[in-house]
Design a protein around this ligand. Sequence first.
Ligand code: TMP
Ligand code: ASP
Length: 254
Amino acid sequence: MKSRRLVYEGKAKILYEGPEPGTLVQYFKDDTTAFDATKKAVLEGKGVLNNRISEYIMQRLAEIGVPTHFIRRLNMREQLIREVEIIPLEVVVRNIAAGSLAKRLGLEEGFQLPRSIIEFYYKNDSLHDPLVTEEHITAFNWATPQEMDDIIALAVRVNDFLSGLFLGIGIKLVDFKVEFGRLWENDMMRVVLADEISPDSCRLWDAKTGEKLDKDRFRRDLGGVTEAYAEVARRLGILNDQPGGERKGPVLVK
Ligand code: TMP
Ligand code: ASP
């Protein structure tokens, strides 16, 4: 294989130079980390599932007019994306109390929030991604007020759409994290959805049983991590090994 220039290596993904200017190849690793990479494992097949699940979600979001960095999937582990300047924020949207929100505010996990809540964390590993407000973000110019308006509007649309998509396949979207980037087209700049959306970056609970179908299985040593990710892919109708061998689209759960 032709050697490619590595642009960035993260905990779960690698970015390589793409075939054309302004493009990158996003490679999904099997490496899995939690708690600032103090907990690590290699979960065989996870990268393949996340590549596929993130492709599917980004495509559905593009169809409803949410701009994303995604261009197309290249193979089992790689997708072609547009090169963007990542805005250094982890944007978390929550529908049900869980994880750090439950801990911080003393809420019971599973408590239905009175409305969806958006939080911002400053992406900085050495500071452990601290929770910040729009005041910090605009004062330190991590994003402009106009960009924050776009980010919030997009995050709400992603939440509304994905909540419905997942509920249709018997899954509650408890919370998720997204990242955004700046994409320049000539002299115009747009804020677009970047990174990935997968069970690594969402909390997904089976609507009937409450079973966790996301990375909390790894964080909490529950086992069956890739099996849970595969179940999400199966319900989305994007596993190749479905009965009949056809891809059928979402499997509606009544
Ligand atoms: P939290 O409850 O730990 O703050 O996580 C909220 C959501 O964000 C959850 O769906 C997991 C996701 N997340 C990431 O994708 N990356 C991270 O570094 C963290 C802390 C959370
Ligand atoms: N904090 C991320 C997570 O738990 C991963 C990591 O920090 O290593 O999802």
